[in-house]
Structure formats: structure tokens, C-alpha cells
Design a protein around this ligand. Structure first.
Ligand SMILES: O=C(O)C(=O)[C@@H](O)CO
Ligand SMILES: [Mg+2]
Length: 260
């Protein structure tokens, strides 16, 4: 079964954050993800999700000074303490929200040995913190051509290399189909090859991180194919709606309002 999660950081953005939870449920989603919940009460988010029968499937650890242009601090040697305090904060929220996947952003940094060591040690620290609570730590290669030039890793192989060095059973790959289309393509074959390492998938169309059906990726074929490969996780809808979010969900119709 294809399980779609509404990304509340990009979808239903005409509404206040907490009201997006209701809108996602009304649109037929059974799961939601978002980037950062920290400015909101975890208990309020949890209560809203519970009232709407929604699972909270993923969010990010704190990622540094976003306004100042930081996009993660996992690989930044000068912010190790901040990264690890953030892991503890994210764990507190995840336990209150019943969320079992947390994404650690590496940040904009050259992949030199010092930064890599910092990232490996931070990922291992966070994974060990999360493991007793049944929570997986995810890392996501992000395209450096369009969205985050200078990001620490932008290919699946680079992220897998970090996961291999970390060597923790609860660390997984966050495979963002849009980023991987931009950087390496060959989506169906790579998803099949990487399936054992994938802990979460996200989608958008290319170009433009756009609504499915408006670009070059054939999700009508790809989503059932991913299901047929045996992927049983969530697929986060991390795209910029073309207009009204709900009106643009025709592409998702076969996968919404599912029971079971
Ligand atoms: O930008 C993306 O893609 C994401 O998944 C964000 O959560 C930041 O990594
Ligand atoms: Mg993503």
C-alpha cells in the first residue's frame, strides 16, 4: 500500500501550522511530516494529530540558524554541542508525538576529513540516543545544483558511505526522489538497489520541486512500482503545490482515504 504523508511545511500553507493538520486529514492523508515543530507545543500537535487520526512520520532535528542561511549543523565542528543538544530536544518532541523517524541535516560544508568525522560522530551520538526509544535517524542527500549549493552530500553513494562508517542499525537513508532525480536519475533502478537502506522516501516533481504531474517524473507508474518492490514505509509529499493544495491532489487520489 502506498502510504502518503502530507508535508505541512510546504502544503496547506494558507493555514496556520496547527490547522494544516486538520486540512491534511480532511484531504484523506493518514500521516504528516514537517521540518521543524519546535515553535509549537508538542502536546498541542499530538492532540491535534490524535483527534484527526494522523500519524506523525518524520521531522528534522534543529538545523542551526536557518534565517542566517544555515541548512543543518551535523558536519560543522564548531557546533557539535548545539547539534547534540538539538538531538535531545528532537527526542523529547518525538516521544511526545509518537514519531519514529528523525532527520539530521549535515549542513553546508566541504566533505573534508574533519567535517566528515564531525558528522559521523554526531550521527552515531544521535542514533545511540534514539535507539532505546525505537527511533531511527535518517540522513538525506540534497541536490546542490538547485536547492542547497555546498550541502555536505548530494548523492546516494555519499550518504551511504557515511551510514556505513556510522554502523548503527537505526540509521537509514532518506531518499528524496526530487533531489535524486536532479543529481543522479535512474530512479526506479536506484530505489530498488537502495531499498534495504531506505528509511523514508519523499517526492516532488522536477523541475521546481513541483506538484506531481507537472514535470518529468511519472509518479502514476513510479509509486505503484515502489509499492511492488516491497517498500512499506511512508512517502512524504514534499512539494510546492501549483495552487490550492487540496485542489491539486488529483494525482494522489488512488492513495488517499486508505484504511488499514
Ligand atoms: O529539503 C528537503 O528535501 C528536506 O527533506 C528538508 O527536510 C530538509 O532536509
Ligand atoms: Mg527532502
Amino acid at each position: 500500500m502506498v502510504k502518503l504523508a502530507a508535508n505541512l511545511s510546504l502544503m496547506f500553507t494558507h493555514l496556520a501550522f496547527l490547522d494544516r493538520i486538520n486540512a491534511a486529514a480532511d484531504a484523506g492523508f493518514r500521516g504528516v511530516e514537517f521540518m521543524f515543530p519546535y515553535e509549537f507545543s508538542a502536546d498541542e500537535i499530538a492532540a491535534r494529530a490524535a483527534r484527526n487520526g494522523l500519524e506523525i512520520v518524520l521531522f528534522n532535528l534543529p538545523a542551526g540558524d536557518w534565517e542566517r542561511g544555515q541548512r543543518g549543523i551535523g558536519a560543522l565542528p564548531d557546533q557539535i554541542d548545539e547539534c547534540r543538544r538539538g538531538a535531545a530536544w528532537a527526542l523529547d518532541y518525538a516521544r511526545r508525538l509518537g514519531c519514529r523517524r528523525l532527520h539530521l541535516m549535515a549542513g553546508k560544508a566541504p566533505a573534508d576529513p574533519r567535517n566528515r568525522r564531525t558528522l559521523v560522530d554526531n550521527v552515531a551520538f544521535a542514533a545511540d540516543l534514539f535507539a532505546p526509544h525505537g527511533i531511527d535517524l535518517l540522513i538525506e542527500p540534497i541536490n546542490t545544483r538547485v536547492d542547497i549549493p555546498g550541502y555536505f552530500y548530494s548523492t546516494s553513494e555519499a550518504a551511504l558511505s557515511v551510514l556505513s562508517e556510522v554502523g548503527r542499525p537505526n540509521t537509514k537513508l532518506q531518499y528524496d526522489i526530487y533531489h535524486m532525480q536532479v543529481m543522479e536519475g535512474d530512479l526506479a533502478r536506484n530505489i530498488e538497489r537502495l531499498l534495504p537502506e531506505i528509511g523514508h522516501i519523499q517526492l516532488a516533481d522536477n523541475p521546481g520541486r513541483a506538484e506531481p504531474g507537472t514535470g518529468e517524473i511519472n509518479y502514476t507508474w513510479l509509486l505503484p512500482h515502489i509499492d511492488a518492490l516491497g517498500y512499506s514505509g511512508w512517502i512524504g509529499c514534499e512539494y510546492r503545490p501549483a495552487g490550492d493544495t487540496a485542489a491539486g491532489l488529483g494525482w494522489a487520489e488512488p492513495f488517499l482515504n486508505q484504511t488499514g
